[in-house]
Ligand binder design. Structure first.
Ligand code: MG
Length: 382
Protein backbone atom coordinates (compact mmCIF):
# COMPACT_ATOMS: atom_id res chain seq x y z
CA UNK A 1 0.00 0.00 0.00
CA UNK A 2 1.40 3.40 -1.01
CA UNK A 3 0.44 6.21 1.35
CA UNK A 4 0.24 9.53 -0.42
CA UNK A 5 0.01 13.23 0.36
CA UNK A 6 -1.57 15.29 -2.42
CA UNK A 7 -0.54 18.96 -2.45
CA UNK A 8 -3.01 21.12 -4.36
CA UNK A 9 -5.78 18.52 -4.18
CA UNK A 10 -8.53 20.83 -5.48
CA UNK A 11 -6.62 21.90 -8.61
CA UNK A 12 -6.69 20.09 -11.95
CA UNK A 13 -3.71 17.83 -11.11
CA UNK A 14 -5.08 17.14 -7.62
CA UNK A 15 -8.56 16.15 -8.76
CA UNK A 16 -7.11 13.99 -11.57
CA UNK A 17 -4.82 12.28 -9.04
CA UNK A 18 -7.76 11.59 -6.72
CA UNK A 19 -9.61 10.08 -9.70
CA UNK A 20 -6.64 7.80 -10.42
CA UNK A 21 -6.16 6.61 -6.83
CA UNK A 22 -9.91 6.14 -6.33
CA UNK A 23 -9.76 3.40 -8.98
CA UNK A 24 -7.00 1.53 -7.05
CA UNK A 25 -8.07 1.49 -3.37
CA UNK A 26 -5.99 -1.62 -2.62
CA UNK A 27 -2.87 0.11 -3.89
CA UNK A 28 -3.12 3.70 -2.62
CA UNK A 29 -4.24 5.39 0.57
CA UNK A 30 -4.66 9.18 0.60
CA UNK A 31 -3.33 10.22 4.01
CA UNK A 32 -3.29 13.99 3.58
CA UNK A 33 -4.39 16.70 1.16
CA UNK A 34 -3.86 20.44 0.82
CA UNK A 35 -5.70 23.34 -0.76
CA UNK A 36 -5.16 27.09 -0.89
CA UNK A 37 -8.61 28.58 -0.35
CA UNK A 38 -11.28 26.14 -1.57
CA UNK A 39 -12.57 25.17 1.87
CA UNK A 40 -15.80 23.42 0.82
CA UNK A 41 -14.12 21.37 -1.87
CA UNK A 42 -11.19 20.23 0.28
CA UNK A 43 -13.56 19.25 3.10
CA UNK A 44 -15.63 17.13 0.70
CA UNK A 45 -12.46 15.43 -0.50
CA UNK A 46 -11.28 14.88 3.08
CA UNK A 47 -14.56 13.13 3.94
CA UNK A 48 -14.67 11.08 0.72
CA UNK A 49 -11.13 9.75 1.17
CA UNK A 50 -11.08 9.62 4.99
CA UNK A 51 -7.84 11.59 5.17
CA UNK A 52 -5.99 12.18 8.43
CA UNK A 53 -4.55 15.64 7.73
CA UNK A 54 -5.59 18.71 5.77
CA UNK A 55 -3.48 21.76 5.01
CA UNK A 56 -5.32 24.95 4.08
CA UNK A 57 -4.24 28.53 3.33
CA UNK A 58 -3.19 30.81 6.17
CA UNK A 59 -6.16 31.90 8.36
CA UNK A 60 -8.65 29.32 7.01
CA UNK A 61 -7.95 26.53 9.51
CA UNK A 62 -10.99 27.26 11.69
CA UNK A 63 -13.35 27.16 8.71
CA UNK A 64 -12.06 23.66 7.84
CA UNK A 65 -12.18 22.56 11.51
CA UNK A 66 -15.83 23.61 11.77
CA UNK A 67 -16.77 21.41 8.84
CA UNK A 68 -14.60 18.38 9.63
CA UNK A 69 -14.73 18.26 13.44
CA UNK A 70 -11.89 16.99 15.64
CA UNK A 71 -10.99 13.75 13.87
CA UNK A 72 -8.89 15.40 11.15
CA UNK A 73 -5.68 17.30 11.93
CA UNK A 74 -5.65 20.77 10.35
CA UNK A 75 -2.49 22.72 9.50
CA UNK A 76 -2.05 26.00 7.63
CA UNK A 77 0.04 27.72 4.99
CA UNK A 78 3.55 26.97 3.74
CA UNK A 79 4.71 25.59 7.10
CA UNK A 80 1.68 23.29 7.05
CA UNK A 81 2.69 21.95 3.62
CA UNK A 82 6.11 21.05 5.00
CA UNK A 83 4.45 19.33 7.98
CA UNK A 84 2.31 17.24 5.60
CA UNK A 85 5.24 16.00 3.52
CA UNK A 86 7.55 15.29 6.48
CA UNK A 87 4.89 13.12 8.16
CA UNK A 88 6.27 9.63 8.89
CA UNK A 89 3.10 7.99 7.53
CA UNK A 90 3.68 9.27 3.99
CA UNK A 91 5.64 7.36 1.31
CA UNK A 92 4.92 9.47 -1.75
CA UNK A 93 4.13 13.15 -2.24
CA UNK A 94 2.14 14.33 -5.26
CA UNK A 95 2.93 17.97 -5.92
CA UNK A 96 0.13 19.66 -7.87
CA UNK A 97 0.84 23.12 -6.46
CA UNK A 98 0.81 26.15 -8.72
CA UNK A 99 4.00 28.12 -9.34
CA UNK A 100 6.81 29.01 -6.91
CA UNK A 101 4.97 27.88 -3.76
CA UNK A 102 5.80 24.28 -4.78
CA UNK A 103 9.55 24.46 -4.27
CA UNK A 104 9.87 24.34 -0.49
CA UNK A 105 7.62 21.31 0.11
CA UNK A 106 9.38 19.39 -2.70
CA UNK A 107 12.77 20.02 -1.11
CA UNK A 108 11.39 19.11 2.34
CA UNK A 109 9.81 15.89 1.03
CA UNK A 110 12.98 14.74 -0.71
CA UNK A 111 15.08 15.62 2.34
CA UNK A 112 12.70 13.52 4.45
CA UNK A 113 13.27 10.56 2.11
CA UNK A 114 9.89 10.57 0.34
CA UNK A 115 9.30 9.79 -3.31
CA UNK A 116 7.96 12.86 -5.10
CA UNK A 117 5.83 13.00 -8.24
CA UNK A 118 5.58 16.60 -9.34
CA UNK A 119 3.48 18.51 -11.83
CA UNK A 120 4.96 21.71 -10.45
CA UNK A 121 7.28 22.72 -13.28
CA UNK A 122 8.61 25.75 -11.49
CA UNK A 123 10.49 23.61 -8.96
CA UNK A 124 12.58 21.92 -11.63
CA UNK A 125 12.99 25.10 -13.66
CA UNK A 126 14.21 27.12 -10.71
CA UNK A 127 16.05 24.54 -8.63
CA UNK A 128 16.53 21.57 -10.97
CA UNK A 129 20.12 20.92 -10.01
CA UNK A 130 19.37 21.17 -6.29
CA UNK A 131 16.29 18.91 -6.22
CA UNK A 132 17.66 16.22 -8.55
CA UNK A 133 20.82 16.25 -6.41
CA UNK A 134 18.85 15.71 -3.18
CA UNK A 135 16.78 12.90 -4.77
CA UNK A 136 19.97 11.15 -5.84
CA UNK A 137 21.64 11.50 -2.43
CA UNK A 138 18.53 10.27 -0.62
CA UNK A 139 17.90 7.44 -3.09
CA UNK A 140 14.28 8.47 -3.70
CA UNK A 141 12.30 8.82 -6.93
CA UNK A 142 11.61 12.27 -8.35
CA UNK A 143 9.08 11.74 -11.12
CA UNK A 144 7.55 14.27 -13.53
CA UNK A 145 3.74 14.41 -13.77
CA UNK A 146 3.24 15.69 -17.25
CA UNK A 147 1.78 14.38 -20.51
CA UNK A 148 5.15 14.75 -22.25
CA UNK A 149 7.66 14.14 -19.48
CA UNK A 150 6.10 11.17 -17.66
CA UNK A 151 6.23 8.78 -20.66
CA UNK A 152 9.74 10.05 -21.45
CA UNK A 153 10.78 9.38 -17.87
CA UNK A 154 9.22 5.91 -17.99
CA UNK A 155 10.97 4.96 -21.23
CA UNK A 156 14.33 6.49 -20.35
CA UNK A 157 14.45 4.50 -17.08
CA UNK A 158 15.23 1.50 -19.26
CA UNK A 159 17.55 3.14 -21.79
CA UNK A 160 21.11 4.37 -21.82
CA UNK A 161 21.24 8.05 -22.72
CA UNK A 162 24.03 7.11 -25.14
CA UNK A 163 21.35 5.47 -27.32
CA UNK A 164 19.38 8.73 -27.54
CA UNK A 165 20.14 11.24 -30.29
CA UNK A 166 17.49 13.66 -29.08
CA UNK A 167 14.06 13.90 -27.52
CA UNK A 168 11.24 15.92 -29.07
CA UNK A 169 8.63 17.75 -26.99
CA UNK A 170 5.46 18.55 -28.94
CA UNK A 171 3.53 21.75 -28.09
CA UNK A 172 -0.03 22.33 -29.27
CA UNK A 173 0.89 25.90 -30.23
CA UNK A 174 -1.97 27.24 -28.12
CA UNK A 175 -4.77 29.53 -29.31
CA UNK A 176 -2.40 31.85 -31.27
CA UNK A 177 -0.63 29.19 -33.30
CA UNK A 178 -1.37 30.98 -36.61
CA UNK A 179 -2.13 34.52 -35.36
CA UNK A 180 -0.07 37.43 -36.70
CA UNK A 181 2.27 39.34 -34.40
CA UNK A 182 -0.06 42.38 -34.68
CA UNK A 183 -3.03 40.30 -33.55
CA UNK A 184 -1.05 38.79 -30.69
CA UNK A 185 -0.26 42.29 -29.37
CA UNK A 186 -4.02 42.89 -29.03
CA UNK A 187 -5.41 39.55 -27.81
CA UNK A 188 -7.68 39.56 -24.75
CA UNK A 189 -7.36 37.56 -21.55
CA UNK A 190 -10.39 35.43 -22.56
CA UNK A 191 -8.81 34.58 -25.94
CA UNK A 192 -5.52 33.62 -24.29
CA UNK A 193 -7.32 31.41 -21.76
CA UNK A 194 -9.07 29.47 -24.52
CA UNK A 195 -6.63 26.56 -24.96
CA UNK A 196 -7.46 24.36 -27.97
CA UNK A 197 -6.79 20.90 -26.49
CA UNK A 198 -6.24 20.99 -22.70
CA UNK A 199 -8.36 22.24 -19.78
CA UNK A 200 -5.96 23.54 -17.12
CA UNK A 201 -5.55 26.28 -14.51
CA UNK A 202 -5.08 29.91 -15.71
CA UNK A 203 -1.32 30.19 -15.04
CA UNK A 204 -0.33 27.12 -17.07
CA UNK A 205 -2.88 27.96 -19.78
CA UNK A 206 -1.22 31.36 -20.36
CA UNK A 207 2.22 29.70 -20.18
CA UNK A 208 1.02 27.31 -22.90
CA UNK A 209 -0.22 30.19 -25.06
CA UNK A 210 3.20 31.94 -24.84
CA UNK A 211 5.10 28.61 -25.19
CA UNK A 212 6.80 29.43 -21.86
CA UNK A 213 5.35 26.13 -20.67
CA UNK A 214 7.22 24.23 -23.39
CA UNK A 215 10.43 26.09 -22.63
CA UNK A 216 9.97 25.11 -18.97
CA UNK A 217 9.64 21.49 -20.11
CA UNK A 218 12.94 21.80 -22.01
CA UNK A 219 14.63 22.90 -18.76
CA UNK A 220 12.81 20.21 -16.77
CA UNK A 221 13.88 17.53 -19.26
CA UNK A 222 17.47 18.68 -18.93
CA UNK A 223 17.36 18.05 -15.15
CA UNK A 224 15.01 15.05 -15.02
CA UNK A 225 16.84 13.07 -17.72
CA UNK A 226 20.35 14.54 -17.57
CA UNK A 227 20.18 15.40 -21.28
CA UNK A 228 22.17 18.34 -22.67
CA UNK A 229 19.94 21.16 -24.00
CA UNK A 230 20.93 20.66 -27.71
CA UNK A 231 19.44 17.15 -27.45
CA UNK A 232 16.01 18.54 -26.50
CA UNK A 233 13.84 19.81 -29.39
CA UNK A 234 10.40 21.39 -29.53
CA UNK A 235 7.90 20.83 -32.33
CA UNK A 236 4.41 22.26 -32.80
CA UNK A 237 1.81 19.50 -33.02
CA UNK A 238 -1.74 20.78 -33.24
CA UNK A 239 -3.72 17.73 -32.17
CA UNK A 240 -1.93 16.94 -28.84
CA UNK A 241 -1.99 13.21 -29.66
CA UNK A 242 1.76 12.63 -29.93
CA UNK A 243 3.07 13.53 -26.47
CA UNK A 244 6.78 12.92 -26.90
CA UNK A 245 9.27 11.33 -29.24
CA UNK A 246 12.65 9.75 -28.72
CA UNK A 247 14.99 9.72 -31.69
CA UNK A 248 17.64 7.02 -31.25
CA UNK A 249 21.16 7.13 -32.69
CA UNK A 250 20.17 4.51 -35.29
CA UNK A 251 17.66 6.99 -36.80
CA UNK A 252 14.52 5.30 -35.46
CA UNK A 253 11.95 7.47 -33.67
CA UNK A 254 9.60 6.17 -30.96
CA UNK A 255 6.53 8.29 -30.32
CA UNK A 256 4.08 8.11 -27.41
CA UNK A 257 0.46 8.59 -28.51
CA UNK A 258 -2.56 8.95 -26.24
CA UNK A 259 -5.80 10.85 -25.88
CA UNK A 260 -5.46 14.18 -24.04
CA UNK A 261 -6.19 13.11 -20.48
CA UNK A 262 -3.87 14.09 -17.61
CA UNK A 263 -5.01 11.07 -15.64
CA UNK A 264 -2.87 8.81 -17.82
CA UNK A 265 0.57 10.29 -17.02
CA UNK A 266 -0.44 10.46 -13.33
CA UNK A 267 -1.50 6.80 -13.47
CA UNK A 268 1.74 5.83 -15.26
CA UNK A 269 3.90 7.67 -12.74
CA UNK A 270 2.09 6.16 -9.74
CA UNK A 271 2.07 2.51 -10.80
CA UNK A 272 5.55 2.47 -12.38
CA UNK A 273 7.13 0.02 -13.24
CA UNK A 274 3.85 -1.92 -13.60
CA UNK A 275 1.31 -1.60 -16.39
CA UNK A 276 -2.23 -1.49 -14.97
CA UNK A 277 -5.56 -0.72 -16.76
CA UNK A 278 -6.51 2.96 -16.33
CA UNK A 279 -9.82 4.86 -16.59
CA UNK A 280 -8.56 6.65 -19.73
CA UNK A 281 -10.47 6.40 -23.04
CA UNK A 282 -8.63 4.36 -25.69
CA UNK A 283 -7.10 6.33 -28.56
CA UNK A 284 -9.00 6.17 -31.88
CA UNK A 285 -6.51 7.27 -34.52
CA UNK A 286 -9.01 6.86 -37.35
CA UNK A 287 -11.25 9.40 -35.63
CA UNK A 288 -8.26 11.75 -35.17
CA UNK A 289 -7.45 11.31 -38.87
CA UNK A 290 -4.57 13.75 -39.29
CA UNK A 291 -1.49 14.54 -37.25
CA UNK A 292 0.31 17.75 -38.22
CA UNK A 293 3.69 19.18 -37.19
CA UNK A 294 5.34 22.60 -37.56
CA UNK A 295 8.52 24.38 -36.56
CA UNK A 296 7.97 26.76 -33.57
CA UNK A 297 8.17 30.46 -34.52
CA UNK A 298 10.56 32.07 -32.03
CA UNK A 299 9.70 35.58 -33.21
CA UNK A 300 6.04 35.27 -32.23
CA UNK A 301 6.85 33.05 -29.23
CA UNK A 302 9.98 34.65 -27.70
CA UNK A 303 9.33 32.95 -24.33
CA UNK A 304 10.69 29.71 -25.76
CA UNK A 305 13.95 31.44 -26.69
CA UNK A 306 14.10 33.10 -23.24
CA UNK A 307 14.03 29.63 -21.67
CA UNK A 308 16.97 28.51 -23.81
CA UNK A 309 18.81 31.74 -22.86
CA UNK A 310 18.11 31.30 -19.13
CA UNK A 311 19.26 27.69 -18.92
CA UNK A 312 22.37 28.58 -20.89
CA UNK A 313 23.14 31.41 -18.45
CA UNK A 314 22.54 28.89 -15.62
CA UNK A 315 22.81 29.66 -11.87
CA UNK A 316 20.05 32.01 -10.75
CA UNK A 317 18.89 32.93 -14.30
CA UNK A 318 16.12 30.30 -14.48
CA UNK A 319 14.81 31.56 -11.09
CA UNK A 320 14.56 35.05 -12.59
CA UNK A 321 12.89 33.62 -15.71
CA UNK A 322 10.27 31.92 -13.58
CA UNK A 323 9.61 34.69 -11.06
CA UNK A 324 9.38 37.48 -13.64
CA UNK A 325 7.07 35.27 -15.72
CA UNK A 326 4.77 34.76 -12.72
CA UNK A 327 4.54 38.52 -12.24
CA UNK A 328 4.00 39.12 -15.96
CA UNK A 329 1.31 36.44 -16.27
CA UNK A 330 -0.50 37.83 -13.20
CA UNK A 331 -0.31 41.34 -14.70
CA UNK A 332 -1.72 40.06 -18.00
CA UNK A 333 -4.55 38.22 -16.18
CA UNK A 334 -5.30 41.47 -14.31
CA UNK A 335 -5.36 43.17 -17.74
CA UNK A 336 -2.55 45.52 -16.75
CA UNK A 337 -0.28 44.55 -19.67
CA UNK A 338 -0.72 43.00 -23.12
CA UNK A 339 -0.02 39.41 -24.12
CA UNK A 340 3.24 40.21 -25.95
CA UNK A 341 4.37 42.25 -22.93
CA UNK A 342 4.83 38.97 -21.03
CA UNK A 343 8.08 38.07 -22.88
CA UNK A 344 9.12 41.75 -22.73
CA UNK A 345 8.90 41.80 -18.92
CA UNK A 346 10.76 38.48 -18.61
CA UNK A 347 13.41 39.53 -21.16
CA UNK A 348 14.06 42.82 -19.40
CA UNK A 349 14.29 41.17 -15.98
CA UNK A 350 16.76 38.59 -17.31
CA UNK A 351 18.79 41.34 -18.95
CA UNK A 352 19.02 43.34 -15.72
CA UNK A 353 19.97 40.31 -13.63
CA UNK A 354 23.48 39.52 -12.53
CA UNK A 355 23.64 35.73 -12.52
CA UNK A 356 24.67 34.15 -9.22
CA UNK A 357 25.34 30.54 -8.16
CA UNK A 358 22.37 28.12 -8.29
CA UNK A 359 22.16 27.12 -4.61
CA UNK A 360 18.87 27.53 -2.72
CA UNK A 361 19.93 30.66 -0.86
CA UNK A 362 20.85 32.52 -4.04
CA UNK A 363 17.80 31.14 -5.85
CA UNK A 364 15.38 32.48 -3.18
CA UNK A 365 17.21 35.81 -3.21
CA UNK A 366 17.06 36.02 -7.03
CA UNK A 367 13.37 35.06 -6.91
CA UNK A 368 12.57 37.99 -4.61
CA UNK A 369 14.71 40.37 -6.65
CA UNK A 370 13.06 39.29 -9.92
CA UNK A 371 9.54 39.79 -8.54
CA UNK A 372 10.34 43.37 -7.50
CA UNK A 373 12.18 44.05 -10.76
CA UNK A 374 9.35 42.61 -12.90
CA UNK A 375 6.72 44.53 -10.92
CA UNK A 376 8.69 47.72 -11.64
CA UNK A 377 8.87 46.86 -15.36
CA UNK A 378 5.09 46.21 -15.43
CA UNK A 379 4.39 49.56 -13.72
CA UNK A 380 6.65 51.29 -16.24
CA UNK A 381 4.51 49.87 -19.07
CA UNK A 382 1.23 51.34 -17.81
MG1 MG B 1 3.22 19.26 -20.60
Amino acid sequence: MTRVAILGSTGSIGTSTLDVVRAMPDRFEVVSISAGSRVDEVCEQAKAFGVKRVCIGEGLGDAVRERLGGSVEIVEGNDGLVQLVEDGEIDTVINGLVAGVGIRPTVAALEAGKHVATANKETLVVAGEVVTGIAKTKGVRLVPLDSELTPLWETLQERSLDDVKRIVLPASGGPFFDASLETMEQVSKAEALNHPTWKMGPKITIDSATLMNKGFEVIESHWFFGLPIPKISVIIHRQSIVHCMIEYIDGGVMAHLTTTDMRLPIHQALVHPDKVPSPVEPLDLVKVGTLSFFEPDLERFPCLQLCYDAIEAGGTAPAVLNASNEIAVDAFLEERIGFMDIPRVVGKALEAHEVGPGDLEHIYEADGWARREAEGIVEGMQ
